[in-house]
Design a protein around this ligand. Structure first.
Ligand code: CO
Length: 486
């Protein structure tokens, strides 16, 4: 299945792209004045986004953007207007490093304290950088990072309130992954938030959590499973949780000795199959394990049940994208990396067989679907995509994929625009699956400013573009809530 990297004539300016990885130090709050088109009158609510906003401490840069400190952006839509606010998550590490003006913690992706490996040896304490996702659920706004507890924030001011442990149900130091799903119709018939955590080791423990509308953990199960797990995301259906255990091995020695970050000690084994773990949401039965070649998967678009099978749509890489120790991620040569591509896996629970096919060969990432179709049979996935039809390139377009046919419609923000994850917001008008808007933060490498692009998801044409007065560094994930906090 694995496509080899194909040299692609760059249609983009790499220097312009790289400028999007600059720290945004200032925290701001203002109404957005520069608006192309009109903000839809029916668009009310808040788009929260998280991502690494600070990419150094003093003069010491992080080794990988995933090691940057989490910064939250809140874009509020109300009465045809939009308000922007950004603020850092004041984690213990962020506050300490800002004061010290140097790196005090090692990062998972190779960021080291200055002084060489001796200074880093046997220091396995990681910083909870709270930089991956932000979600408003059960009256709580939470910044998520997969290896530690959520940070709770004030949704109006974005002020950091402290660590969230869900009335003690999350143990101290316990993790809560950065990829919760909201099941539109949980076991009680009401929406519920479903998430997991991993305690890694030579075997690993997978913890599963379901939270009710009040934000309380109401269902919980855990499984001890063999092997090393590097699992960032999962998928859900009404009856199952589905995990792809990527074929990797972990050699902790260089990490413990201080020579490498933990993330750099993971070796991808492309010749091996992925273990697909299917776990029933009710009860505590043993996971069913299926195997198939799937490359490396960070993100799943969606999953659903059909005729005794589970269909899972996922973005697969032929090789784990890594940053070489000592290299600068801003000078990434896109052509040497494998593209992420959308694949469909059909897991037959009766025969244990897995069928797979590629849906989209164009490089793509950050898939999303209409929130009412999470875990349900669906037609459309939306994601960031490259403008070249093959090979690995930066994401410069928003793609709408009809997953029943593989047909794609692209909205290009190139050649100057570089995009983040799109978020689908239902318009509530009519019952078409694509009745809604796509909200995407786009960095313009020529104007050196970011904007929020609003597309009509049905036509994939631009409805409005809201220009910020500054840039926002490339982010990771975000969510939308119809609540307004201004
Ligand atoms: Co992710």
């Amino acid at each position: 299945m694995i496509a080899t990297p194909t040299p692609v004539q760059p249609s983009y300016d790499r220097a312009a792209w790289a400028k999007g990885y600059r720290t945004l130090s200032q925290e701001r709050s203002y109404w957005i004045d520069e608006v192309e088109g009109e903000i839809p009158a029916g668009l009310t609510g808040t788009l929260f986004r998280n991502g690494p906003g600070k990419l150094e401490a003093g003069n010491e840069p992080v080794q990988h953007p995933f090691d940057g400190d989490g910064m939250i952006c809140a874009i509020t839509f109300k009465d045809g207007r939009a308000h922007f606010k950004n603020r850092y998550v004041e984690t213990e590490g962020y506050v300490a490093e800002k004061k010290a003006e140097k790196i005090l913690y090692r990062g998972v992706f190779g960021t080291a304290r200055s002084g060489g490996w001796l200074k880093n040896a046997f220091d396995t304490k990681l910083k909870n950088i709270a930089n991956t996702q932000v979600i408003y659920w059960g009256g709580k706004l939470m910044a998520l990072w997969e290896a530690a507890e959520p940070h709770r924030l004030d949704p109006a001011t974005l002020e950091t309130l402290g660590l969230e442990n869900f009335d003690g149900k999350l143990k101290k130091g316990g993790a809560f992954a950065a990829h919760p799903w909201i099941d539109p119709k949980g076991p009680d018939g009401e929406p519920c938030l479903v998430n997991f955590s991993i305690e890694a080791g030579l075997s690993f423990t997978l913890n599963l959590y379901e939270l009710n509308l009040k934000g309380e953990i109401v269902r919980q199960q855990d499984h001890v499973l063999p092997g090393f797990a590097f699992i960032h995301d999962f998928a859900i259906t009404p009856n199952y949780y589905i995990f792809f255990q990527n074929p990797v091995k972990f050699n902790p020695l260089p990490f413990v000795l201080g020579a490498k970050g933990a993330g750099e000690c993971i070796d991808f084994e492309p010749e091996k199959s992925t273990r697909m773990l299917v776990i029933a949401r009710s009860g505590q039965s043993k996971p069913q394990v299926l195997e198939a070649k799937a490359g490396f998967v960070f993100h799943h678009a969606n999953a659903f049940e059909r005729d005794g099978k589970i269909v899972v749509d996922s973005i697969c890489y032929g090789k784990l994208p890594t940053v070489e120790p000592g290299s600068d991620f801003r000078s990434t040569d896109f052509a040497t990396l494998m593209p992420g591509q959308l694949w469909r896996f059909e897991l037959d629970l009766n025969t244990n067989q897995v069928d797979r096919k590629m849906l989209v060969s164009r490089c793509c990432e950050f898939p999303v679907v209409h929130p009412d179709y999470v875990g349900q049979e669906y037609q459309y996935a939306y994601m960031g995509a490259g403008l070249a039809t093959e090979g690995n390139v930066p994401l410069q377009a928003i793609a709408k994929i009809d997953v029943t046919t593989g047909t794609e419609v692209l909205h290009s923000c190139g050649p100057d625009g570089f995009i983040n994850e799109p978020i689908f917001v239902p318009s509530g008008v009519g019952d078409r699956e694509d009745a809604g808007w796509l909200l995407t933060m786009v960095y313009d490498g020529v104007r050196d400013r970011s904007s929020i692009v609003i597309l009509d998801a049905q036509t994939m044409t631009q409805v409005s573009r809201l220009w910020l007065t500054h840039h926002v560094p490339y982010g990771l994930h975000g969510t939308f809530t119809p609540e307004v906090f201004i």
